[in-house]
Write a protein that binds this ligand. Structure first.
Ligand code: FAD
Ligand code: NAP
Length: 326
């Protein structure tokens, strides 16, 4: 496609996680000829994990494989899947206008936002300094580099426990550092973790500093602080995996749509309608509570059905006659 191209569509789906691809499948089957823009993480968060054991119909499936299957499914139904990143979105009037990094402008009657969530960081200077040099938020991506090494994982949710378990495939020892003494991960995962001799939990501690060296650049230890006493302890570690949750990717719309719970796009109860008619949102972008692949996919379906009804009511065919807006 040439630079500065303009594309006209009835439905633009932004995001290629379970919510986006499911919206693409349903919108295609409703003959809406959707365009889906994948973003910088084609397949979304599940591409950063390995075994997924709670996707209905698959006792166990690899996250990246599942997402390739969803993409193939969406394309087979007629969804146009584009590798690009939406850098701005104007929702002030319809048709809406989205601009992509490649220079392409998308003019669309309805938008389905499915931009999901991104890993949170602690915000320490030393964390930033060693990102990519021992500090990571993706065990699946980086675990392999730590064969036979000692690793720490920060956090107490499903991600932290799953990462700790996965990292035992490589590491000699994994210390799971959590600020409380109770994990919010699922019981089945906690059970597996407690039975794993390579994992040692360290309760009531937070990461205070990542310690490392410059030549060659890398992590050598972490300094952790007891949350009550403030006592600092140094733990040797070559890898530091931050797994403290995810924040909704709502930057594109934060000044335009109603948000709640610290940045999640607010949708009407039982629907995917946002505060602007014609703009629908699905998946982790909207969901501070469940944040699962299956709930995101369910919302993607709802968003496509909501968009279809909206377009039927607003006579999309007539809208397509309107001159394109740049
Ligand atoms: P995401 O998967 O977050 O996808 C967001 C998409 O939006 C990405 O494709 C991104 O490229 C795109 N995007 C963002 N901004 C833009 C933009 N400006 N322009 C274009 N595209 C954009 N859930 C389970 O049910 N089972 C599990 O076993 C499980 N394991 C997990 C393991 C890990 C390590 C993590 C991090 C999460 C896990 N989850 C699991 C949660 C699950 O991955 C999420 O609930 C689900 O992926 C959310 O889907 P989504 O479609 O809303 O968004
Ligand atoms: P999460 O459930 O929000 O857990 C974040 C963890 O990090 C919590 O234990 C929290 O501590 C801790 N934390 C947060 N901020 C911190 C800080 N500044 N310093 C120290 N610790 C901090 O996030 P998640 O584990 O990434 O999971 C996100 C969603 O994805 C969840 O809905 C989860 O169920 C889903 N998911 C599912 C699976 C699965 O189904 N197998 C796997 C992975 C993720 P507190 O507990 O004290 O708040």
């Amino acid at each position: 496609m040439s630079q500065l191209a303009q594309r006209r569509t009835k439905v633009l789906v932004i995001g290629s996680g379970p919510a986006g691809y499911t919206a693409g499948i349903y919108a295609s089957r409703a003959m809406l000829e959707p365009i889906l823009v994948q973003g910088i993480e084609p397949g979304g968060q599940l591409t950063t994990t390995n075994e997924v054991e709670n996707w209905p119909g698959d006792t166990e499936v690899q996250g990246p494989d599942l997402m390739v299957r969803m993409e193939t499914h969406a394309k087979a139904m007629g969804c146009e899947v584009i590798s690009d990143y939406i850098s701005s979105l104007d929702l002030s009037k319809r048709p809406f206008v989205a601009k992509a990094d490649s220079g392409t402008t998308f003019v669309t009657d309805a938008v389905i936002l499915a931009t999901g969530a991104r890993a949170k960081w602690l915000g320490l200077d030393s964390e930033e300094a060693f990102k990519g040099f021992g500090v990571s938020a993706c065990a699946t991506c980086d675990g392999f580099f730590y064969r036979g090494q000692e690793i720490v994982v920060i956090g107490g949710g499903n991600t932290a426990v799953e990462e700790a378990l996965f990292l035992t495939n490589f590491a000699s020892k994994v210390t799971l550092i959590h600020r409380r003494d109770e994990l919010r991960a699922e019981k089945i995962l906690i059970d597996r973790m407690m039975k794993n001799p390579k994992i040692e939990p360290l309760w009531h501690h937070i990461l205070d500093e990542v310690v490392g060296e410059d030549r060659p650049k890398g992590v050598t230890a972490v300094r952790v602080k007891h949350v009550d006493s403030g006592e600092i302890t140094e733990i040797p570690a070559k890898g530091v995996f931050i797994a403290i949750g995810h924040a909704p990717a709502s930057e594109l719309v934060k000044e335009q749509l109603e948000l709640h719970h610290g940045g999640y796009v607010k949708v009407m109860q039982g629907s995917t309608e946002t505060s602007i008619p014609g703009v629908f949102a699905a998946g982790d972008l909207t969901d501070h509570n469940y944040r699962q692949a299956v709930t995101s996919a369910g919302m993607g379906c709802m968003a496509a059905l909501d968009a279809e009804r909206f377009l039927a009511e607003h006579n999309a065919a007539a809208l397509l006659e309107i001159e394109p807006v740049l």
